[in-house]
Design a protein around this ligand. Sequence first.
Ligand SMILES: Nc1nc2c(ncn2[C@@H]2O[C@H](COP(=O)(O)OP(=O)(O)OP(=O)(O)O)[C@@H](O)[C@H]2O)c(=O)[nH]1
Ligand SMILES: [Mg+2]
Length: 468
Amino acid sequence: MTPLIENPARGEDTIAAISTPFGESGIGIVRMSGSLAESIAGNLFRPKKDPSHFISHHFYYGEILDPKSGNPVDEVLFVLMKSPKTYTREDMVEIHCHGGYFILQRVLELVLQYGARMAQPGEFTKRAFLNGRIDLTQAEAVIDLISAKTAASLEIANQQLRGMLYREMSALKGNLVEQLVLIEAHIDFPEEEIEPISLEKMKQDLDRMIRQIEGWIASYEEGKIFREGISCAIIGKTNVGKSSLLNVLLREERAIVTPIPGTTRDVIEEVLNILGIPVRLMDTAGLRKAMDSIEQEGVRRARERVADSDFVLLILDGSRPLEGDDMEIIEEIKGKKKVVAINKIDLPLEVSLEDLKSRFQESPVVPISALKKEGIDDLREAIYHCLIHQDMRSSPEHLIVANVRHKTALSQMRDNLSNALIGLKKGNSLEFIAFEIRSALEAVGEMVGETASEEVLNRIFDQFCIGK
Ligand SMILES: Nc1nc2c(ncn2[C@@H]2O[C@H](COP(=O)(O)OP(=O)(O)OP(=O)(O)O)[C@@H](O)[C@H]2O)c(=O)[nH]1
Ligand SMILES: [Mg+2]
C-alpha cells in the first residue's frame, strides 16, 4: 500500500460521502472519488490477507482501523476501482461497512481527516458528466431513476440513462451542422446560388426535423404523467359507491362504506398505481343538498377537489334512474377530462348504457360493480387510455421526453427551425437562415450539457442526494 499521508497537498480534490441512507441497515457505504482515494484508504484499511497490491474492481475483506489509536472501527469489504472504468472516471474507493450511523460517520471522519473533502449533493454524478462519461440528460436520468415511483417512470429514466435522448440529439446536431456548412459556403461565395435541388432538399430536411421534434414535445405531456403522477377526484351523488370503488382500487378497506347516504364527509386521499401511472385518488363527499353543516363543508371540499384535480372519475348508480343530483354534477364537470363508471351492475339496470355512451361521447363509459369487483380492470384500462394516447408499454424504444428542461430546449429548436424553414420558403437572406440554425444548435448543446451554464448545472445537481 502507499505510505501514510498525514497532510496531503491541498488542491488534490478527492471527494467522499456516505452513499447509503441515514439510519440503521445491514450495510452502509462510504464512497470516495479522486486521485487520493487509494492512498487515503491505504491509511485506514487493513486487509485480512495483505496483498502486494490491490487489484482494481476486486473486493477485499478486512478492517478499518483508527490509525492514531490502532483500534478497529468496523469489519468491512473494500473495493478500489481504478480510473477510467468507474462511475466518475476517476479512481474510486467504496468501503462497505455495517450500516450504523456512528460507524459510517466515524469512517467518513477518518477519510476526511486523511485528505478527502465532503462531497456536494450529486457531485459524483457531476464528475461523471464533467469527465465526459455521461451527458447532461443521462445525469438527469440518474435522479429520475432514484426517484422513480412506478415501473413505467423507471423505464423512461432507464431509456434516458442508456443515452437514447443523447443519441437523438447527436443525430439532430449532425444534420443541422450539415445544413449550416452548406449555407455558410454560399454566404462565403455569394456568386454561387444554391441549386434548386439542394434548396428543396434543405426544406424537406428541416420539415422532417421539425416534425420529429414536435413528436418529442408531445410525448412530454404524457411522460410527465408517468413521472409526476396525476390527481383524480372520485365524484358522484351520495351512495353511488364512491368509497367502495376507492377501496376496491386500493385493495384495502380504506374508506367507510355504509348504506347511509352522506357517509363520507372529509376528503380521503391515497396514491395508487394504475398501469404504471401514479394516481392520487380522492374519495369525496357525495354531492347533494347537504343535510347539516358538516356535510355542507364536505360538499364544499369535494367541489374544491374537483376543480383542482387533473381529471375526475364520475360514478353513476346504474341500479337507479338518473336524477336531479346526477344531472347537476354532469353539468358541473362538463369541461373536465373524465372517465364515467356505471356502478352496481350486479343489480337490475335502470339506466341505458347506450344512452349514457352517447351522452358522454368524449369520455369512456365503463360498467362496473364495486361490490362484486367486476369491470375494475376495464376501468383501470379506461383511465390509462384516457390519459395516455400512445401505448408506451408496447413501444419501449419510442423516445419519451419527461423533463421540462428538455421540453423547453426542444421548443426552442422547433421555433428556430420553423423560422428557418419559413425564411427559406420566403427567400430570406441566408444569414438569417444560418442564424436560426445556429440558435437551434445552441439549444441542442445546452440540452446535452456541452454549452450549459454553471447556473444550469448547479440547478440540476442540487437536486441530487449527497453521495450520488
Ligand atoms: N349492489 C351493489 N351495492 C354497492 C355497490 N357498490 C357500493 N354498493 C353499496 O352502496 C352503498 C354505498 O356505498 P358507498 O361506497 O359508501 O357509497 P358512497 O358513494 O361513498 O356514498 P357517500 O359517501 O355517502 O356519498 C353501500 O351499502 C355499498 O355496499 C355495487 O357495485 N353493487
Ligand atoms: Mg363515501
